[in-house]
Design a protein around this ligand. Structure first.
Ligand code: NAG
Ligand code: NAG
Ligand code: NAG
Ligand code: NAG
Ligand code: NAG
Ligand code: NAG
Ligand code: NAG
Ligand code: NAG
Ligand code: NAG
Ligand code: NAG
Ligand code: NAG
Ligand code: NAG
Length: 838
């Protein structure tokens, strides 16, 4: 035992010293030392990086040696000496003197000039050449095809012109070829098809129109040229279908035209294919849909025309993100869409109904679908179909009927008269509502400015009117803020909030901050309101206020801690290149609980209760660990306790329109926050951003489309609407389902039936209890005798139902009545039917 340990230590010791020695052999060749010095001076590198008195192998940054010879030179991003900067040149002649050089990385070091011709003939040992972002111009020398050991060639983001040399096809070991973002012209050489080991091919953002260069005829000594031969019908050579190792193919924005070779269907290992922004025509090869590992396909903005294939797909194919938008695809949606987790179909000519499996679609805009909003008009659709000699189904209506966009109704005379009468009544009603609103608004304004006088747990008793404003946080100087935000540079603008513009900035000490600029002359002094709020209320779930700057006459500023993850609306989805990434479930649940904690604090621990009034994804700020910090606090105010006005609004409220929609103004009740939070939960469940951002009719439409799929009695149903990336295992699915159920109960159209925030919080903390206890038979029968702690039981307690609350008599609690059935009813039965009829 002991002996073994000793042996182990010995081995470890030996290994590390051995490795050290291997790497720390000094440079042995005088010629290579001279060559390094020459390179150092021809490129103007600094003593700091390559100190002249030390041994290059031991002390020079980026010089890699083996057995006393230089094998790697990595001068990526190096700064030059002042003299070197005056006349930078692509002057690397001395590289020829390294006989064992394997990799040369000079990316982001400016090397104006063209790639020297000798490079291909001299650096025979090279396997990696990285010259990205080097401002290189001129053509790629065809000699580069002689670098027979080359495995990775990066020449992207330069100013390269001329054609892609067909000699590149000789590089039989090449696995990466990146020529993107240059000005290359001509054709893609078919010789590239012989690069059997190529796994990444990126020639995007060039000008490979396939146009024959003007001097082409002279070059070949031809008098005339017949271009109608097959090989030129596409500017993409069919030979690329031979790239059997290809994983990433990017040909976007390269002025390519013609059809996509059917041979691309044999790129079995392909995971990512981007050919957007070209002028491709014809159909997309069906075989692309069944490539097993293809997880990202972007063919948007081309002239593709064709039907979706009707394939039954191998169950093993990876879920994928596809973008087919801005083409001329037509016909009906087919079940191949089950292959995708997210797909954009907008700006095509698809027709007919939208099947259930098309729920993964992020956009259906500008097509020819039945009963769907934002579609093309009948003229465009019928025109397209008749030009193609196809029959258009006229949005499913009988021939001759004119289609109106969704929301309009068939017009007949009776309808018009009815509408006129309704309109008059409506106008009168609107007037009355306006008057009431005006009264309420003025009251609310008074109230919000009163916020400083006596709220928050600490201030419960000290509500002396006229008490001087307690300025919370540090006072910043205007100059300091100017410096931090670069004079409110547009580049630092985060967003134009409704109460003021929001900038990011850095203080002198390197501390990142967020600065909100308020206009003092706005309708209400939001800055003051918010400052008052922060002086009375503090909670780890609220965005940390660092200080303020009130020294200017016209503008005031609040300074907050910087939130590295931004807000929920920007971090639910984010893009890596053109890949969409989504937050994982654990993080989403954590965020939901965080928000519930914050709102619970405002609703239940502040006396009198506070209402946030602006709960939406963009108000939910996230720190580096995705901990929630609620922001957008300028709308926060004391819960509306005047039951008198509530009665008036309730009387005037049109049936079926919830309070939020009726007034258009965020009402100051806790139930309003609960409703808004329900929309946020729905966003987390479905992964669709934008639900919580507004309360207009599109949101209503969206909710009507989603809620019928949420039922406590049917788990399978919810799978249709949830973000497909969340369907991982059963436990997790149950949690997602539970959150959906909670969301639905928060979205109850009747404010009095929405659960209290503290119970919502409890439910989110124990999501499995929500669905698992409730699916027991007793609950199913509605004779629930749920035990203590059950979500349903707590919900049923309603607002103020229990005597254990700190605030019993006041605010939202007493204003609401006991409700036995807050639980989502198997409601939406009608909605579901309506849905199915569509
Ligand atoms: C190259 O050098 C840069 C800067 O010194 C360093 O950040 C990078 O990791 C190096 N890359 C390789 C592949 O050695
Ligand atoms: C070259 O250096 C850059 C920056 O350090 C690095 O990102 C890149 O991966 C390197 N190139 C290769 C081929 O390793
Ligand atoms: C480097 O190589 C060039 C050409 O191969 C040669 O002329 C020169 O003498 C060599 N330099 C050294 C220091 O060996
Ligand atoms: C590329 O070349 C054009 C014209 O020669 C020049 O205007 C442009 O600045 C160059 N771009 C880079 C990145 O060097
Ligand atoms: C470079 O490659 C071409 C084509 O294979 C060959 O004809 C030529 O001899 C090579 N040149 C050298 C110096 O190896
Ligand atoms: C692309 O090439 C064509 C002809 O080859 C030329 O007319 C066009 O201006 C080029 N476009 C760009 C953006 O360089
Ligand atoms: C060009 O070639 C195609 C097929 O090879 C032939 O049908 C056509 O007549 C030729 N066009 C001319 C102008 O020679
Ligand atoms: C490459 O593909 C072309 C056409 O797709 C074919 O004719 C050729 O034989 C293939 N070449 C190799 C080396 O497989
Ligand atoms: C697909 O991806 C999986 C996992 O990355 C891998 O094991 C498999 O070999 C790939 N299949 C193909 C055909 O590339
Ligand atoms: C794209 O192709 C179509 C048909 O081939 C042609 O009419 C159109 O001019 C092309 N557009 C561009 C921008 O090249
Ligand atoms: C799915 O993959 C497994 C293993 O990778 C394989 O055994 C099975 O045959 C595949 N199923 C189908 C339908 O191809
Ligand atoms: C509608 O009329 C068009 C021609 O006007 C005809 O082709 C089509 O079959 C008709 N459709 C129906 C459903 O009658």
């Amino acid at each position: 035992m002991e002996g073994n340990l000793v042996l182990l230590f010995f081995l470890l010791f030996f290994r590390s010293t051995f490795q050290q020695q291997e790497h720390s052999a000094p440079l042995s060749s005088r010629a290579e030392r001279a060559a390094l010095l020459q390179l150092r001076s021809s490129l103007g590198l600094r003593t700091k990086d390559w100190p002249i008195k030390s041994d290059p192998c031991l002390a020079w940054i980026g010089v890699l040696c083996q057995d006393g010879s230089v094998t790697g030179i990595n001068i990526s991003g190096f700064k030059r000496t002042r003299i070197g900067n005056q006349n930078p040149k692509f002057s690397v002649d001395s590289l020829a003197n390294f006989t064992k050089l394997v990799s040369f990385n000079a990316s982001r070091l400016t090397l104006p000039g063209s790639i020297p011709n000798w490079l291909g003939l001299q650096l025979q040992t090279l396997t990696v050449l990285d010259l990205r972002f080097c401002e290189i111009s001129g053509a790629i020398p065809s000699n580069i095809g002689n670098l027979s050991n080359l495995g990775e060639l990066y020449l992207s983001d330069n100013n390269l012109t001329g054609t892609i040399p067909s000699n590149l096809g000789l590089l039989s070991h090449l696995s990466v070829l990146d020529l993107s973002r240059n000005s290359l012209t001509g054709l893609i050489p078919s010789s590239l098809g012989s690069l059997a080991k190529l796994s990444l091919l990126d020639i995007s953002s060039n000008n490979l129109s396939g146009a024959i260069p003007e001097d082409f005829g002279n070059l070949l000594n031809l008098k005339s040229l017949n271009l109608s031969s097959n090989s030129l019908s596409s500017s993409v050579p069919t030979h690329l279908g031979n790239l059997s190792s290809l994983v990433v193919l990017d040909l976007s924005s390269s002025s390519l035209s013609g059809s996509v070779p059917a041979e691309f269907g044999s790129l079995r290992h392909l995971q990512r294919m981007v050919i957007c922004n070209n002028n491709f025509t014809g159909d997309l090869p069906d075989a692309l849909w069944s490539l097993p590992n293809l997880s990202f396909l972007d063919v948007s903005s081309n002239n593709f025309m064709g039907l979706l294939p009707n394939l039954s797909l191998n169950a093993n194919t990876t879920m994928a993100v596809f973008n087919l938008s801005h083409n001329m695809f037509y016909g009906v949606l087919t079940s191949v869409l089950k292959r995708v987790s997210t797909v954009d179909l907008s700006y095509n000519y698809f027709q007919d109904k939208i099947p259930d499996y098309a729920r993964n679609v992020v956009s259906l805009d500008r097509n020819c679908f039945h009963s769907w909003s934002s579609q093309r008009n009948v003229k465009e659709c019928a025109g397209f179909y008749s030009r193609k000699g196809l029959s258009f189904d006229n949005f499913g209506l009988p021939n001759g009927t004119i289609h109106r966009p969704l929301g309009d109704h068939k017009s007949n005379r009776r309808m018009v008269i009815f509408a006129a009468v309704l309109g008059t009544v409506g106008l009168v009603l609107l007037f009355v509502i306006l008057v009431v609103l005006l009264i309420i608004c003025s009251r609310e304004e008074r109230k919000t400015t009163e916020i400083g006088s006596g709220l928050g747990p600490s201030a419960a008793g000290t509500g002396a009117p006229g008490a001087s404003l307690n300025l919370f946080g540090e006072a910043f100087g205007y100059e300091e803020i100017l410096a931090a935000t670069g004079d409110f540079n547009d580049g630092n603008l985060v967003k134009n909030g409704h109460s003021g513009d929001v900038f990011k900035g850095v203080l002198e000490g390197g501390i990142h901050i967020i600065v909100k600029r308020f206009d003092v002359h706005s309708r209400k002094n939001s800055c003051r309101v918010e400052l008052d709020f922060f002086s009375k209320v503090s909670h780890p779930r609220l965005v940390p206020l660092l200080g303020h700057c009130l020294e200017k006459e016209k503008e005031q500023f609040l300074i907050y801690k910087y939130m590295p993850k931004g807000d929920l609306s920007s971090s639910l989805y984010w893009k890596i290149g053109s890949d969409l990434k989504l937050l994982d479930w654990i993080t989403r649940l954590k965020i939901a609980i965080g928000v519930a904690e914050g709102l619970s604090y405002l609703h239940h621990e502040c006396v009198p209760p506070l209402v946030h009034r602006d709960v939406q994804a963009s108000s939910i700020l996230l720190d580096d660990k995705y901990e929630v910090r609620l922001g957008s606090l300028t709308e926060a105010c004391i819960q509306d306790t005047d039951s008198h006005s509530n009665k008036i609004t309730r009387l005037l409220r049109l049936p079926q329109i919830s309070e939020e929609v009726a007034s258009g103004v965020a009402t100051a009740t806790c139930t309003y926050d609960v409703y808004s939070f329900g929309k946020v939960l729905l966003e987390l469940v479905t992964g669709k951003i934008g639900i919580s951002a507004s309360s207009d009719s599109t949101t209503k439409e969206m909710l009507d489309g989603l809620l019928p799929f949420i039922s406590i009695y049917d788990k399978e149903l919810v799978k249709i609407i949830i973000d497909p990336s969340l369907i991982v295992d059963e436990d997790l699915l149950d949690e997602v389902w539970a959150m959906a159920v909670v969301a639905k109960s928060c979205l109850n159209p009747k404010p009095s039936r929405r659960p209290l925030m503290r119970f919502v919080l409890k439910a989110l903390e124990n999501p499995l209890k929500v669905v698992r206890e409730e699916t027991s038979s007793s609950a199913r029968l509605g004779t629930s005798s749920s035990r203590n702690g059950s979500w349903r039981h707590n919900l049923a307690a309603g607002c103020g139902g229990k005597g254990d609350l700190k605030v019993g008599e006041d605010g939202c609690l007493s204003a609401r009545r006991y409700s036995k059935d807050v639980f989502p009813e198997p409601m939406g039965l009608q909605d579901e039917e309506r849905w199915n009829e569509d």
